[in-house]
Design a protein around this ligand. Structure first.
Ligand code: P6P
Length: 331
């Protein structure tokens, strides 16, 4: 069977894009290289290099930074920063965005990332991942402005994630559908394994941290109670699945259908997940796969952040399941 590599797939889309300069292909290729390096490090964590554990530092959100977090952030920042394709890099692990100076040959893209999502699961060998989002610089002149770094999610050029799990899977969209590529570690190459992913119109899985039940809103409690079959008219077939790593919980939802929820609660009044490098990229992907994503009331794709690191509630998954969540949360 003809095997398509990730670069071949991206180049084919480039050839079908009038006025393409090849800069996007170059950026995606560098993202792929960095993800292979992280995949190797994650799979070797605990063997030899002392890369498990924490660095003793905390990130902008006050979360302890794991050694692999730091390694992933530095690897992506160095490789993407030197690619000549971006003018700024924003990261969960960096308080301020990294601006590429004129001498460093900046490009036209803005790169945003959660370099290692779910890193608290590293030490217990649960899948973790990278999430990224790409925008075009929109402001005139050479300066990177607030406008460039706080664009509506609908302005994304591309978005994707890499799952470092039983296999390393690279999933992305550039507005032409959603496509997944599995790394063959013996060849060091990503091959097309999930062409044109579409999310089921409705699922039977719901994904949420029920440990937070007591600090949810009453509407949120009713929604989950309905999904659990405890309300009049409840369905009887929804089951709970929760890994605690967004890329894993989202990827299962994308393939199987259903709904993933991280609502606002008394502990996180704006939700826990970050708009720019978690909610927005996943919303673009699910939109391209035929699903939807909201903050409980408003579509993520119709929203934009005021701060790079701001949090948002996230409800994402099958179109009909999101309609159900909207109904409960807007009443
Ligand atoms: P909780 C991982 O720390 C993360 O940022 C996401 O990957 C995940 O969806 C969420 O937090 C899990 O949060 O509160 O359930 O541990």
């Amino acid at each position: 069977m003809e095997k398509t590599t990730l670069v071949q797939h991206i180049r084919k889309q480039e050839r079908q894009t009038p006025l393409a300069t090849g800069e996007f292909t170059e950026l995606m290729t560098e993202i792929m290289v960095a993800s292979k390096i992280i995949s190797n490090a994650v799979n070797r964590a605990g063997i030899g290099e002392d890369i498990f554990g924490i660095t003793g530092q905390t990130n902008v959100h006050g979360e302890s930074v794991q050694k692999l977090d730091d390694f992933a952030n530095c690897t992506f920042a160095k490789i993407i920063g030197q690619s000549g394709t971006v003018c700024a890099i924003a990261s969960e692990e960096m308080e301020a965005p990294m601006i590429i100076s004129a001498e460093e040959n900046p490009g036209k893209y803005i790169f945003m990332m959660d370099p290692l999502d779910g890193s608290s699961n590293i030490d217990v060998n649960v899948s973790i991942g990278t999430i990224f989002s790409i925008y075009r610089k929109v402001s005139k002149g050479s300066e990177v402005t607030h406008e460039d770094l706080h664009q509506p999610a609908s302005q994304q050029v591309a978005a994707g994630y890499v799952i470092y799990g039983p296999s390393t899977l690279f999933v992305y969209t550039s507005g032409e559908g959603v496509h997944g590529f599995t790394l063959d570690p013996s060849l060091g190459e990503f091959f097309l394994s999930h062409p044109d992913i579409k999310i089921p119109e409705q699922g039977s899985l719901y994904s949420i941290n029920e440990g937070n039940t007591t600090i949810w809103s009453e509407k949120q409690k009713q929604l989950v109670s309905w999904l659990k079959g405890q309300e009049p008219g409840s369905p009887q077939n929804y089951r709970l699945r929760y890994v605690g790593t967004l890329v894993s919980d989202f990827h299962r939802t994308l393939l199987k259908g259903g709904i993933f929820m991280y609502p606002a609660d008394e502990k996180s009044p704006k939700g826990k997940l970050r708009f720019s490098y978690e909610a927005a990229p996943m919303a673009f992907i699910v939109d391209q796969a035929g699903g939807d994503a909201t903050d409980g009331l408003k579509r993520i794709m119709d929203s934009q952040p005021n701060d790079i690191h701001e949090c948002t509630p996230l409800f994402i998954g099958s179109k009909k399941d999101i309609e159900i969540s909207n109904k409960f949360l807007s009443e």
